[in-house]
Design a protein around this ligand. Structure first.
Ligand code: ATP
Length: 306
């Protein structure tokens, strides 16, 4: 019986961790307020990651038939590259992110990860290979260690601390009353917007996925925090295929390609300099953000370059 105790205890611990993970996933979906209406095909297979390529082929999508949201969207993100989605509010940027997660099925066209159509892939395996840094990070009412380990429930304490260090939040955590055992979230220590984003970055670094989706916060952080966060985000994106929804154009001037969306269509595409030269929508958006930034500076608010 004593010999059995070790394995059974180990099994129990992991069983509870995995069970908790599913409970948290459900909470997460509640918070996203997303319907779980998409079902795996009976013969769905796990995603096999080979190179890390994402393809949107002629994708059309609507939430309700009377309002078309995405119209013939086509793009290919080569392995390891970073693509940015920009455009006015309601143009369909977040919808593209939701479709990559397969929160909804599309009406026509195809979405492929490494050549495999996501309608034929097990949803769990798809989501296991995608890391997300959302606008607003969900913190669970648990300690900070648990909140970071959420990226990979089997990670060791050392691995959790390494990823916190890489996300530049380790030293901050050591100043918390009980260090990594400090409870955060609604009923615990409240973290700032920048700190919560770092938790999301640490989780993603721990998960080490092939694909990363970033939804940049709309509310600007102060300049120094913003710069530091950008440096940590760059680590997350390094050698990973990344799609970022950007609100501040200054953060994506190095993107491999920028897709400019309007009314559910890609109106312009290219690198920052090319798009500025075109003198179209992107150039207008850039100009507007520059002007806003100048106004803010005059008011004494330090801002980044937008
Ligand atoms: P923002 O920059 O404001 O976040 P966005 O470009 O990300 O905007 P989406 O959130 O993709 O835009 O929305 C695109 C369109 O789809 C909008 O007209 C929006 O009202 C609509 N929409 C979004 N979610 C739903 C939904 N669950 N049901 C119905 N319509 C929706």
């Amino acid at each position: 019986l004593i010999q059995l105790y070790g394995p059974l205890n180990w099994f129990g611990t992991y069983y509870r961790m995995i069970q908790q993970c599913f409970i948290d996933m459900e909470n997460m979906f509640d918070l996203f307020d997303e319907p779980l209406e998409v079902k795996d095909a009976p013969d769905a297979k796990p995603l096999v990651v080979t190179k890390g390529m994402i393809e949107f082929n002629d994708v059309c999508f609507h939430y309700q038939p009377e309002k078309q949201i995405l119209k013939n969207i086509t793009f290919v993100v080569p392995p390891g590259q970073t693509f940015a989605l920009v455009g006015p509010s309601g143009s369909g940027k977040s919808t593209i992110i939701r479709l990559l997660f397969r929160f909804y099925d599309i009406q026509s066209g195809s979405i492929k990860f490494d050549g495999q159509d996501i309608s034929t892939i097990q949803q769990n395996s798809l989501r296991q290979n995608i890391g997300v840094v959302p606008q607003d990070t969900v913190l669970f009412n648990s300690d900070i260690r648990y909140n970071i380990r959420y990226g990979k429930v089997t990670a060791s304490d050392d691995a959790v601390e390494d990823s916190a260090a890489a996300a530049d939040i380790h030293d901050k955590i050591l100043t918390f009353p009980e260090g990594y055992n400090t409870v955060v979230g609604e009923r615990g220590l409240k973290l700032s917007g920048g700190e919560k984003q770092r938790v999301a970055i640490a989780r993603t670094l721990l998960k080490a996925p092939a694909f990363v989706l970033l939804d940049e916060a709309t509310s600007a952080l102060d300049t120094q925090t913003e710069r530091n966060i950008q440096a940590s985000l760059a680590k997350v994106c390094e050698n990973r295929t990344t799609i970022v929804v950007a609100h501040r154009l200054s953060t994506i001037i190095n993107a491999d390609q920028i897709l400019v969306l309007k009314d559910g269509e890609i109106r312009e595409r290219g690198r920052h300099e090319d798009l500025l030269m075109q003198g179209g929508l992107y150039a207008d958006m850039w100009q507007q953000q520059q002007t806003k930034s100048d106004d803010n500076s005059e008011n004494g608010f330090p801002t980044s370059s937008t």
